[in-house]
Design a protein around this ligand. Structure first.
Ligand code: UT7
Length: 332
């Protein structure tokens, strides 16, 4: 039993919307610059709710959609790179809020590749029959980490959460994960500790490359062009890898949900793969980049639009800080 069955899906998108014009009120930018370069018109921001609230709301909806008792969930995996706590894991807060008292809990951080990483892990637990029911919740509050004076990056990101409830199945499933740690400093958010250990000496000498020790602490920093270049190749290679594992031709895929970082990245990578636009699902125009939540929010939208049909080959592919990348194909 190698495959996955999606029992239910859910998502939470904050009410507050910031369109491109709202950003031109606070920054030297415009819809004319943002939309053609990124494909983003607006994004939702969790202005009055913490990340774990978004995660729990998405989880509740997925449980309801699956028609299961939360007590039947054996494992909750949360993917997030924007938690409010170093510990406990956010999955423990979700467990409490949804009453999944029998679930083991842990979080994964592979940045925007987090959902695919969690899917890869979940599949292994289910295939081994260690757990019967696994929930993945990908929840991201990127607004926590933006420098709203940096027009080159804050305009890209939004906040949202997506969740899926999974069981094992006999249908095919293939996954691939990769990373290029050499490029860790192309996209990062360094934690700023308020050290009070009197014995500490300067540790910034341990960083080099593009890492900027004077960058604003606790904020996202990226070399946009380097990430862009990496992303196109990484998505292309990851899809070819999973397709080859299953003996599929890329044209066999029915629908592909890519990480929603930039419409031009999505366009270029799928064009190289020869995947026509009608098979490529995007929500970047109204969501922006919500990191690891992009893909499960997309799955939930497709599910509730009645577009996920038995027998379809669904491909998900993404990349993110790390730099990490990965893809999965599941037959529904
Ligand atoms: O989940 C992964 C997250 N990261 C990514 O996906 C990043 C991938 N990279 C990208 O999407 C693109 O590199 C960006 C959208 C971030 C930037 O686009 P670009 O075409 O690479 O622009 P650039 O950084 O080369 O900047 C070109 C110009 C600069 O002005 P000068 O130096 O030519 O005068 C920027 O200052 O555009 C300026 N600029 C802006 N102007 C108006 C940068 N951001 C803005 C802005 N509004 N928001």
């Amino acid at each position: 039993m190698n495959g996955l069955e999606i029992l239910g899906t859910g998502s939470y998108v904050p009410d507050f919307e910031a369109d491109n014009d709202k950003f031109s009120e606070i920054l030297d930018t415009s819809d004319e610059w943002i939309y053609p370069r990124t494909g983003i018109k607006r994004r939702h921001l969790a202005v009055d709710k913490p990340n774990h609230f978004m995660a729990s709301e998405a989880a509740k909806k997925a449980v309801e959609d699956a028609g299961i008792d939360p007590k039947d969930i054996d494992l909750i995996i949360v993917s997030t790179c924007t938690p409010e706590f170093f510990y406990p894991a956010m999955s423990c807060l979700v467990q409490k809020r949804i009453g999944a008292v029998n679930a083991a809990c842990f979080d994964v951080n592979a940045a925007c590749t987090g959902f695919i990483t969690a899917l890869d892990i979940a599949q292994k637990y289910l295939a081994a029959d260690k757990y019967k029911t696994v929930m993945i919740v990908s929840s991201e509050k990127l607004s926590n980490q933006q420098d709203y004076t940096d027009r080159a990056s804050c305009i890209l990101f939004g906040d949202a959460a997506g969740a899926v409830v999974l069981r094992g199945s006999d249908k095919p499933f293939y996954s691939f994960l990769g990373a290029e740690g050499d490029e860790f400093d192309a996209l990062y958010c360094k934690i700023h500790y308020e050290h009070n250990c009197p014995f500490y000496e300067d540790q910034d000498a341990f960083y080099n490359g593009r890492f900027d020790t004077f960058a604003k602490q606790n904020y996202l920093w990226q070399d946009g062009k380097a990430v862009y270049k990496f992303a196109v190749n990484a998505m292309h290679n990851a899809v070819l890898n999973v397709a080859a594992q299953g003996g599929y031709d890329v044209s066999d895929l029915d629908i592909i949900i890519p990480h929603q970082a930039n419409m031009r990245i999505i366009g270029k990578a799928t064009e190289l793969l020869g995947i026509p636009p009608e098979k490529v699902y995007t929500n970047i125009e109204y969501m922006g980049n919500v990191s690891s939540a992009c893909i499960p929010v997309g799955i939930d939208e497709l599910n509730h639009a009645g577009r996920l049909k038995t027998g379809m080959k669904l491909c998900v592919v993404g990349f993110g800080a790390g730099l990490t990348y990965g893809a999965a194909i599941m037959e529904l």
